[in-house]
Design a protein around this ligand. Structure first.
Ligand code: UD1
Ligand code: CA
Length: 457
């Protein structure tokens, strides 16, 4: 199934309205991040990647945190409201109207962040290729605790026993219900409507499996070999397991794509991060958010990069870089901080203890040692002396500093914004620059003035 065309007639229903009480959190369960992305986003992205465009997410309220997060991160997804969380079957029914005339329905629990596109696609294909009313995913786990157990008689699936309803004989059953189902709509909706509440007062989606068995074509199970995909998240212990599994998966993908990880276990990379070939990540590196790193870079040890765009051949010593871009051949740190909205052009050197915020730093410019460059536009081939400060804040407002191409800012200069230093101008060491400096001139002193012309000088 490679195109949307093949997934035509399918709609996915993602269940995300549960209270998630076992998480003991104020944040709804499906919004807890795994490798930097919410669980519900992971699930929806696997569905989309599998070719199913139409997604209905069931939430407790049309405008709660989950609904808003889905609107922001899953374009085109439709919200269906469950209201009272009366069980997974009740949640699926809440999506019925929103699924329109789709003939096949994929139902997924929202707490399965490790499900892959491949597995989702495979399940849909198997369902399409069969006459079953229902195809669902199972896995064999060393420890099945917390999952519904799959009951078989003479090899045939006969139903699911939920964790709370297991007894001494069913508890040890290693085959579990993962929480991914494909069903024929015309069978699913009436069947689900007929399910009666469990002893705990919930309508279990899993009860439709026993119903499907009554049908001649029955239910078929598709068992995955890669049991990591079955990792659900009910508690924070499971959340940490899912996080670990996801990070391992991401690291392996990067290594197979040509990235060297010196110590994978201490290298943290969020889902969706792109890293180019022959980049080396040293121990203790974190690459987070929507970062894209070029090839041939050397990063770390101990660098934290969030939402960064980085070109090729950059060298980044243990530094923190956020929400900014670095062109090719930039060197940073160690111990530098690039704050959001900064554009660092090719060949720039930001040395130790350089802080840059909301600034452009032009090509080949050197900021060798402890400096603060904020709200500034620094040209190309500028030298920023050690200890240079752009004093951008007057206590009320922020102001901009402009430094022209080829300027030389002497050590310990303070540039009191708003101020412009012209191209090729110079400031002497210790200058406090309160007025604009003309191109090509030299200023010195406190406050800085143009050097008086003396005879013979
Ligand atoms: C469910 C399955 C179980 C399976 C397990 C693995 C049922 C009855 N049991 O159990 O067989 O082994 O998942 O993934 O389905 N939700 C709602 N509304 C509700 C209740 C839940 O939207 O009223 C959502 C939750 O937000 C969650 C998903 O449904 O994303 C699954 O709910 P959860 O409580 O985690 O089900 P489990 O008890 O784990
Ligand atoms: Ca669960």
């Amino acid at each position: 199934m490679t195109s949307h065309q093949n997934a035509a007639g399918w709609v996915a229903v993602v269940l995300a309205a549960g209270r998630g009480t076992r998480m003991r959190s104020r944040l709804p369960k499906v919004l807890h991040p795994v490798a930097g992305r919410t669980m519900v986003r992971h699930v929806c992205e696997a569905v989309r990647a599998a070719g199913c465009e139409q997604i209905v997410v069931v939430t407790a309220d049309a405008h709660d945190e989950v609904a808003e997060a889905v609107r922001a991160s899953i374009p085109g997804a439709v919200i269906a409201v469950q209201g009272e969380p009366l069980g997974t079957g009740h949640a699926a029914l809440a999506a019925r109207a929103a699924t329109g005339d789709a003939s096949r329905v994929l139902i997924l629990n929202g707490d399965l962040p490790l499900l892959t596109e491949r597995t989702v696609r495979e399940l849909m294909q198997r369902h399409d290729a069969s006459n079953s009313m229902l195809t669902f995913l199972t896995a064999f786990l060393g420890d099945p605790t917390g999952y519904g157990r799959v009951m078989r008689r003479m090899g045939k699936v006969v139903g699911i026993v939920e964790e709370t309803e297991t007894d001494a004989t069913t508890r040890g059953t290693p085959e579990v219900n993962v929480g991914l189902y494909a069903a024929n709509a015309e069978w699913l909706w009436p069947t689900l409507s007929a399910v009666t509440p469990s002893p705990r007062g919930e309508i279990y989606l899993t009860d439709i499996i026993a119903r499907a068995v009554e049908h001649p074509e029955g239910a078929q199970a598709y068992t995955i070999v890669e049991s990591a995909e079955a990792q659900q998240v009910n508690t924070r212990v499971e959340l940490s397991r899912a996080e670990q599994l996801m990070r391992e998966r991401i690291r392996e993908r990067l290594m197979l794509d040509g990235v060297t990880l010196i110590d994978p276990s201490t290298t943290y990379i969020d889902a969706g991060v792109i890293v180019g070939e022959d980049t080396t990540l040293l121990p203790g590196v974190h690459i987070l958010g929507e970062s894209q790193i070029g090839g041939g870079c050397r990063i770390g040890p101990g660098a934290v990069l969030r939402d960064m765009r980085i070109g090729d051949r950059c060298e980044i010593g243990g530094s923190t870089l956020e929400g900014s871009s670095l062109a090719d051949d930039v060197t940073v740190g160690p111990y530098s901080h690039v704050r959001p909205d900064s554009t660092i052009e090719a060949g720039v050197h930001l040395g130790n203890y350089a802080e840059v915020k909301a600034s452009r730093v032009g090509a080949r410019t050197q900021v060798g040692h402890f400096s603060y460059i904020g709200d500034s536009d620094v040209g190309c081939d500028v030298n920023i002396g050690a200890g240079t400060i752009t004093a951008n804040y007057d206590g009320v407002d922020k102001h901009r500093t402009v430094i022209g191409d080829g300027a030389f800012i002497g050590s310990d200069s303070v540039l009191v914004a708003p101020v412009t230093v012209g191209a090729k101008a110079r400031t002497a060491a210790g200058a406090v620059v309160t007025h604009d400096v003309e191109a090509g001139s030299l200023v010195l002193g406190v406050p800085a003035r143009v050097r008086p012309q003396r005879e013979g000088v």
